[in-house]
Design a protein around this ligand. Structure first.
Ligand code: MLT
Ligand code: ZN
Length: 476
């Protein structure tokens, strides 16, 4: 049972961080009370902004002793309300924004140690400054923080080649719920010394402790990019193209994103300066990118030949190869503007599901039929990271949000698509996490034994349940 913080405890918490680290005025606290998608609103009397791991440790120690809930927040870009406090007002919010130092860069070891509050783009820049790549790449990289990326095991557009956030971490520094500091900031690739603790906190969404710093894996910096927008008949052709390119090319493909026709239409209609770069209208598209650390024309030659062959064998309808960085940026902007265009079109009921890559075409077909049965008025906007088997299976409101009853079908649409994903042995959350949005569904969809193990781990590390209450796991 958690407590409301008593005035003297609030005073002690303020004292830990000093005047620069505590916010309690309504206008300062307000940004922390609502999630990015405006699905959840909470309350708190105090937002703490510690500027050292030691301060985080002292805060958790005190909150553990007084049974006070703590909600960690990074860039507040969660799609699942993962960093929004409950409406009880009993929890304090702990922002990592002031822990923003790059502690160490080791170019020869291909590692970088960053504090949790570093903006993802600044981690990428710090890597680039020593001629390296930090490959995690997301639409929100200009504002999301690395601590949040790791806590939610973020995915993004380069998972095909580099993996999820968890694949890019070698070591972590974590403050445990009782305030102990677990310093495991190792830069080792080989370290077989028992349980892999870091993977409890990566994807733990702040329910087991607070990640305060991480040693991240770097990769060679690409110097040559081949970026193409390719039109295809259907998702099956896209899957076949992916297989063909991976099997025939060198292992250089880093992005393979599926885009539906409606995605292009929405972007052209709602995003300034955008147009359809093709002359003809096509039903589906793929944004693909291959990179090499060498400065070479060979990669472009190789991909032009492969794509020409794919076109000659009717696997693809039309190919646009970016001729320069402006065109490359434009192709990327089309893909990355889809979420914003959907919002401007009135909003959508979103899903973030994954199945095996080979099951994607059937999943899209069966999922579309199910959604049309439930909400025939809805506009299907199905796009995403085909290269790793994950899709944003979104259903837009038909008429700028004015359609009566459309959003009331949310639960029915969620259930239909999540049951379908389960039938395909897929996941109800590919890359956005659970937060509070999918907490109750997780209790239904996750394997019961896995849930029991998760609960035991939670009980062991956080016996009073102070860490990010109400997220990921239901309390019973
Ligand atoms: C994306 O891939 O664009 C985001 O993860 C999902 C979204 O914003 O809908
Ligand atoms: Zn995504």
């Amino acid at each position: 049972m958690l407590n409301r913080p008593a005035p003297e405890v609030l005073e002690q918490l303020r004292h830990i961080v000093g005047p620069a680290g505590a916010l309690d005025q309504p206008q300062d606290v307000a940004p922390f009370l609502e999630d990015h998608r405006k699905l959840f609103r909470g309350a708190t009397s105090l937002v703490l902004r510690p500027d050292s791991t030691e301060q985080v440790s002292q805060i958790l120690k005190l909150c553990h002793a007084h049974r006070i809930g703590v909600v960690p927040v990074g860039g507040n870009t969660s799609y699942c309300g993962g960093a929004t406090p409950s409406s009880s007002g009993n929890e304090i919010v702990l922002s990592l924004a002031r822990l923003k130092r790059i502690r160490h860069v080791d170019a020869n070891n291909y590692t970088l140690t960053a504090e949790a509050g570093c903006i993802l783009a600044s981690v990428q820049q710090a890597a680039e400054a020593v001629d390296r790549l930090f490959p995690l790449s997301l639409g929100s990289e200009g504002s999301c923080q690395i601590g949040g990326n790791l806590s939610t095991n973020a995915g993004g557009t380069a998972v095909l080649r580099y993996g999820m956030a968890r694949d890019l971490v070698l070591g972590l520094e974590v403050v445990l719920p009782d305030g102990r500091i677990l310093d495991d900031l190792s830069g080792l690739r080989k370290n077989n010394t028992g349980y892999d603790l870091r993977n409890l906190f990566i994807g733990g969404e702040g329910t087991l402790g607070i990640i305060t710093a991480a040693t991240l894996k770097l990769c060679p910096l690409p110097r040559t990019y081949v970026t193409a927008l390719v039109a295809v008949n259907n998702p099956a052709a896209a899957v076949e193209l992916l297989s063909y390119l991976r099997g025939s090319g060198s292992d250089t493909l880093s992005t393979f994103e599926l885009i539906p026709r409606i995605g292009i239409d929405l972007v052209c209609k709602h995003i300034t300066g955008m147009h359809d770069p093709f002359e003809s209208v096509h039903p589906w598209y793929v944004l693909l990118e291959a990179t090499s650390a060498q400065v070479t024309d060979q990669l472009t030659d190789e991909f032009s030949a492969l794509l020409t062959h794919a076109q000659e064998s009717n696997l693809v309808r039309e190919v646009l190869l970016a001729q320069n960085s402006t065109q490359r940026d434009f192709f990327w902007r089309i893909r990355e503007s889809i979420p914003e265009a959907q919002t401007r079109a009135g909003g959508s009921i979103k899903h973030d599901v994954s199945v095996s890559i080979s099951d994607i075409p059937k999943f899209i077909e069966e999922g579309s039929t199910a959604c049309q049965r439930i909400a025939p008025e809805g506009v299907l906007v199905i796009y995403g990271h085909l290269g790793d088997g994950s899709l944003h299976f979104n259903i837009n409101t038909p008429d700028a949000g004015a359609h009566p009853g459309f959003f009331a079908k949310k639960n029915a649409l969620n259930a239909a698509l999540h049951i379908l994903a389960k039938n395909y042995r897929g996941s109800i959350s590919a890359e956005h996490g659970i937060g509070q949005l999918k907490r109750d569904e997780l209790a239904t969809f996750k394997n019961p034994v896995a849930l029991q193990v998760m609960r035991s781990i939670k009980q062991t590390l956080d016996p009073h349940g102070i860490m990010n209450p109400g997220k990921v796991l239901t309390t019973s």
